[in-house]
Design a protein around this ligand. Structure first.
Ligand code: HEC
Ligand SMILES: [Cu+2]
Length: 325
């Protein structure tokens, strides 16, 4: 199981919320890590060093509001970092590398900037080189507009789509799904006898058959925790921070001299069929991995595992399609 492998990558041996106000410094050489909202400096220090296989003891406290602490690329239960209290945490890494730690509590507009790194030295027997993400392999320009030229007149239904799926010139493989947008599927079926509505239904069916109820539930959970504050609970791009981002963009635009084209934007609306029908999973993966480079869309590549990102993507399309229970 993929998830279990990931879990074993970093073993969290123990997490104890420290005794309130008691200066119980078991590990005298462990510096206290301070958390502050990003505007006031984020994590101090923000670079931590560790060695493979050796316990890394951390002491965390907050100088302002409640923050959270987690290390990316693993299914780690985050711990709260409370003002005036000390949280003790011990981590053991079984692979060298540069890990990202990040705040898991929405502490403000720049919450997602609260990130730091843990540099884990040492050697490991199974270092495989990371493979290039799909959008790079497919040479997709993730910054180019990708609106679908036409959109469905009604919400495409996976159930209806299933009934046409047997006599199709396209495959239902994961590779095909990830590399194509729903519009490309619709377009590829234009030589068949299917109506336009039926062609969209087939796309809905392909999309549903490339995910599972478990993945969708996992995607929904990750979305609510990490994306909804900007993109909105229902995907409409209207999260609590959406107006702030838009306003910030307008201010920056006025104060900028010109050539910086990546400015703050309104969060993407995942309920917009033009946007979503025109986007392949590979394109969305690229955006999520890399971020918007100045648009306000954070980069998540060092936070989530590949599996978690595919789960998120499957969930984003569920705003467009009607899936069978
Ligand atoms: C701080 C606000 C913020 C958060 C948090 C955020 N986003 Fe975004 N996102 C944006 C903005 C703004 C855009 C539009 C600009 C852009 O595409 O770069 C965007 C764009 C995107 C796009 C590109 C859509 C397209 O059609 O190109 C995807 C995909 C996306 N976000 C997914 C996510 C996911 C998944 C999460 C949570 C893990 C997330 N975002 C969290 C602000 C945010
Ligand atoms: Cu925070």
């Amino acid at each position: 199981m993929k998830r279990l492998e990931l879990l074993s990558r970093i073993l969290i041996t123990l997490a104890i919320v420290g005794a309130v106000g008691t200066p119980l410094y078991f590990w005298s050489r462990t510096p206290l890590i301070h958390a502050r909202i990003a505007e006031n400096g984020g994590w101090t220090p923000d670079v931590i060093r560790a060695n493979v296989g050796e316990p890394l003891h951390l002491k965390l406290t907050s100088d302002d509001v409640v923050h959270g602490f987690a290390v990316g690329q693993m299914d780690m239960q985050s711990v709260d970092v409370l003002p005036g209290k000390v949280t003790d945490l011990t981590l053991i890494f079984d692979k060298p590398g540069i890990y990202t730690f990040y705040c898991t509590r929405w502490c403000g507009l720049n919450h997602w900037r609260m990130r730091g790194t843990i540099e884990v030295g040492g050697s490991s027997s199974d270092t495989q080189p990371a493979s290039a993400p799909l959008y790079v392999t497919l040479k997709i320009n993730i910054d180019a507009p990708h609106n679908a030229p036409t959109i469905p007149v009604q919400k495409p239904s996976a159930l209806r789509g299933q009934s046409f799926s047997t006599q199709l010139p396209i495959t239902n493989s994961t590779n095909y799904y990830r590399a194509n947008s729903p519009y490309q599927v619709f377009d590829e079926l234009s030589n068949t006898s299917l109506t336009e509505t039926e062609r969209w239904d087939v796309a809905a069916y392909l999309w549903q058959s490339n995910t599972t109820a478990e993945s969708l539930a996992n995607g929904q959970r990750l979305y609510a925790q990490n994306c909804a504050a900007c993109h909105g609970e229902n995907g409409a791009g209207d999260g609590v921070f959406a107006d702030d981002l838009t306003a910030l963009g307008a201010t920056l635009q006025r104060s900028m001299t010109g050539d910086n084209k990546m400015t703050m934007q309104t969060p993407a609306d995942f309920t917009d069929p033009k946007r979503m029908m025109g986007a392949s999973p590979a394109l969305l993966q690229g955006k999520i991995l890399r971020g918007g480079m100045g648009t306000g869309m954070p980069m998540w590549g060092s936070i989530f595992t590949e599996e978690q990102i595919w789960d998120l993507i499957a969930y984003l399309y569920s705003f467009q399609f009607e899936y069978q229970k």
